[in-house]
Design a protein around this ligand. Sequence first.
Ligand code: GLY
Length: 407
Amino acid sequence: MNRIFKFTILSICALSMISCGQSKTSSKGIIEENVDFASKQIGIEVENMNASGLVLNPRTIEKDGSTRYNTPELWTSGFFPGSLWYLYELTGDQKWKTEAEKVTETLDTVQYLTWHHDVGFMIYCSYGNGYKLTKNPNYKKVIIQAAKSLSTRFRPNVGAIQSWNVNKGWQAKRGWQCPVIIDNMMNLELLFEASKLSGDNSFREIALKHADVSLDNHFRKDYSSYHVIDYDTITGQVRGKVTAQGYADNSAWARGQGWAIYGYTICYRETKNPKYLEQAENIAKFLFNHPRMPKDLVPYWDFDCKDIPNTYRDASAAAVIASALYEMSTYSKDKGVQYKEYADKIVESLSSPAYRANLGENNNFLLMHSVGSIPHGAEIDVPLNYADYYFLEAICRKRELEKLAKN
Ligand code: GLY
């Protein structure tokens, strides 16, 4: 390992262990306890599925209390297999590999999907994590093909990947030409990986162009992010700065801020260009100095919702932010300790009975209290498979950091 990197990690971890010394549960305890809980809780889900003979992909709980399952083309289809891969990584138990492979491979057709941008989420969380752990050559092919499919949505006049089509569904009613949502920053990881695996640099170039155009247009002066930027497909000019899932066009939708901080952290990882780390750090400043960030660091679903404190928290936003912060903590020269402390606090909150379900309850999802889309009246105060995925990813990153500190 690069010596400076190792030194930074050691310093961060040593300092953070001192500063976290007063927490109720030791770091080791909270990691092991969560791994044990997740193995049991997701284990119940997997046993039920195996008993039914079906390979299912849970997403959330419906209003009638039943589990809603993904079909492959939904943006959330990569998260459950991704969680199974994280359980394999966290436990080393072959059982999880077998289960992860089964669900991952139901997404085979997604590599050819070109009608929305979420291919990055779907394929990177499933096949991407699977490839990292198994080096299965078929998974590599899927990742590269998926990057090709995603790249068909790159609009050179705009310099960004178009998120949604505008010819049908609720999007058609908005009069958009080329909507790009901040969530799209999360699809770039697939492109970076595909360039490394294929040697084709065009995926990486698209990712960087997209990141730069978003950096120019998606942020306000306080580094909060708009949700949707609509571009003119011919001139590339911004036509509108609006929202689809937030409280208002001008508000800071919590999960969007999570996608932004995570996305620019990936860009820094892949380029070491300080402007991306600076962006992620400025977003962190916005989040953690915000007067409406609750003490437990699990944000309300939108920082500008007028009903705060009488509105919903979003555990999924908190999990995304925690996972990003663990990675950022290894890059930041002077704020690393602080980022890890924030991430540890989020993990501690999400591990408490306020957010984490009881064993055998919550339709076997790990976390409660996430929000899908309040403006659409969809998935409000429910478990969501992406909250569970980023929570497990955060646990995995925390474990790696603390292991490094010991060695
Ligand atoms: N990418 C959709 C969402 O965050 O809800």
